[in-house]
Ligand binder design. Structure first.
Ligand SMILES: Nc1ncnc2c1ncn2[C@@H]1O[C@H](COP(=O)(O)OP(=O)(O)OP(=O)(O)O)[C@@H](O)[C@H]1O
Length: 498
């Protein structure tokens, strides 16, 4: 049996590493009758959001129904469940003996758990997403929406709900969970090995439990060696995969590797996007970005249509395409890292995305997913300097922000002097334009009506090449399901600076 299922928390007190969020969530549950608001739990995958929802229901004595927002039928089902007032005991034939009508009502509550709530807008017609928002507002039952990307939800939906952020689980909180599982399994362990598993999973507790199970298979003791030879290693690790695609393999081999690696095409693409500038440069980088933009476009189509056969094309572009873009093979050792711009909890990323969103009139989702990675690639290690200064001026960035985008150390002279110059430039421009930070920004109105259209951005279409003025949309004149009216997000980026 899968240990993540076997050891899924059954009560909120077993949900580890997010005490504040957990307490806020428990409070939300206890006071639901008073406020009747839905709640959004958001944060990275595998950190206990769904488990917390089930555990709360268990603690409260509520039934649950779990629905997936990306399923087109979900709207109807929510209507059926959430629209229905809690049945009272007489109707339900409850065995509750208290005779207290309020208690009976609570015991017949149904917690609606809506998974992938950040993926609604791609799957409904315009009315659909706002219909969900309306349902959420008038629901007679408590609803928990689960999301990785808070800002990928429409503003209408976000405003209709309370939101609670789950943060990545620290290694410090992961180790005791692993230790506990070992004890319950009667397994011996080296503490170093558990520490290693906890650290290598970057905050993902589910991943850590999976790694522990793989390392323990057929062993009596979990040690650093059993981790190295655990069965999850038979599939290709992500770092090995990055080496293969970015340095060594030809396109055909790279494609095969993409099947062997234990990640979805979405994540494969993010890993490559997040690491490519460490290996590629100049022309080959530009060529690789073309392929990554194609991959993003296909991923957008998967999200919009739920047609997973498109995943293949995303994988083809991200793996084979990027390998094909490379000039020959490359040697040396590279410190690959978890993509920096992933879901959730980074305050610096939030600030930068917010600034970009404000200045360029794109959504926060687009800013995070498309614009920041693009800027990161274009100003890697603060080069070219002039462009980095222009960027810092345009978005009013301080040292920590510039360091976050460029990957250069925050306290280096380089970054400090760039921020100084940027502030000067900004002041000059403020004078020149009486208040306008810079000229030529392509500003489309921030969409105040997204409750009506239910969509904040054109998922997957604003691409990395977009900022360079590429006509990313030209290839998209087909029948995409996400044919929202275009807000031309693809214009944001470098155009903004000058
Ligand atoms: N905070 C936690 N405390 C205890 N166990 C956890 C925690 N987070 C994850 N797990 C383990 O990982 C499994 C998966 O967690 P869960 O599905 O709740 O994560 P999630 O954040 O909802 O992820 P996703 O967004 O992918 O659904 C659980 O069954 C449990 O075994």
């Amino acid at each position: 049996m899968d240990w993540t299922e076997k050891y899924r928390p059954t009560t909120l007190s077993e949900v580890r590493g997010n005490d504040k969020a957990r307490d806020a969530f428990a409070k939300w549950g206890r006071s639901w009758d008073d406020h009747r608001k839905a709640v959004i739990l958001h944060g990275s995958p595998g950190i206990g959001k769904t488990s917390a929802a089930h555990a709360l229901a268990n603690d409260m004595g509520w039934d649950t129904v779990e629905l997936n927002a990306s399923d087109k039928r979900t709207g109807d089902v929510i209507e059926r469940f959430a629209g229905r007032a809690a049945m009272n005991a007489t109707l339900a034939g409850s065995s509750n003996k208290t005779g207290d009508a309020e208690t009976d009502k609570k015991q017949n509550r149904q917690l609606v758990i809506l998974d992938e709530a950040d993926n609604i807008h791609g799957n409904y017609d315009r009315g659909g997403a706002s219909a969900i928002t309306k349902l959420v507002k008038k629901s007679e039952q408590p609803i928990v929406l689960i999301a990785n990307e808070f800002y990928d939800m429409s503003r209408g939906l976000r405003n209709a709900c309370k939101d609670i952020e789950f943060r990545d689980v620290s290694a410090r909180s992961i180790v005791p969970v692993l230790r506990d599982i070992c004890r319950r399994e009667g397994l011996e362990y080296d503490s170093d090995a558990l520490q290693q598993i906890a650290e290598s999973n970057g905050g993902d507790l589910r991943g850590a439990v999976n790694d522990l199970q793989a390392a323990a298979e057929g062993e009596e003791k979990v040690t650093l060696e059993t981790i190295a030879t655990g069965s999850r290693d038979q599939s290709m690790g992500i770092f090995e995969f990055l080496d293969a695609v970015l340095k060594e393999q030809d396109p055909q081999e790279a494609l095969q590797s993409s099947y062997a690696v234990d990640e979805t095409p979405d994540d494969i693409t993010k890993w490559i996007e997040g690491n490519i500038t460490k290996v590629y440069e100049g022309e080959e980088l530009a060529r690789a970005y073309e392929f990554l933009a194609n991959a993003d476009r296909w991923l957008g189509r998967v999200r919009a249509s739920q047609n997973y056969s498109y995943w293949r094309y995303a994988g083809d572009n991200a793996a084979a395409g990027v390998a094909a873009a490379r000039d020959g093979t490359k040697g040396g050792w590279t410190r690959f890292g978890r993509p920096q711009f992933w879901a959730g909890s980074n305050k610096t990323a939030d600030y930068v995305a917010q600034k970009i969103a404000e200045e360029s009139g794109v959504s926060m989702g687009t800013a995070r997913r498309d614009v920041i990675p693009f800027l990161a690639a274009m100003t890697h290690h603060c080069k070219p300097r002039e462009l980095t200064v222009a960027m810092a001026a345009a978005y009013d960035l301080d040292e920590s922000h510039v360091s976050f985008i460029t990957g250069s150390g925050e306290t280096t002279n380089k970054v400090e002097s760039i921020v100084e110059d940027a502030q000067e430039l900004r002041a000059e421009r403020m004078e020149e334009h009486s208040g306008s930070a810079f000229e030529g920004a392509v500003r489309s109105e921030e969409d105040e009506t997204d409750e009506a259209d239910g969509s904040e951005d054109d998922d997957g279409q604003a691409t990395l090449t977009g900022g360079a003025g590429g006509d990313a949309d030209a290839a998209d004149a087909d029948t995409d399901a996400d044919d929202e009216p275009e807000k031309d997000d693809s214009q944001s980026g470098l155009n903004d600076f000058f």
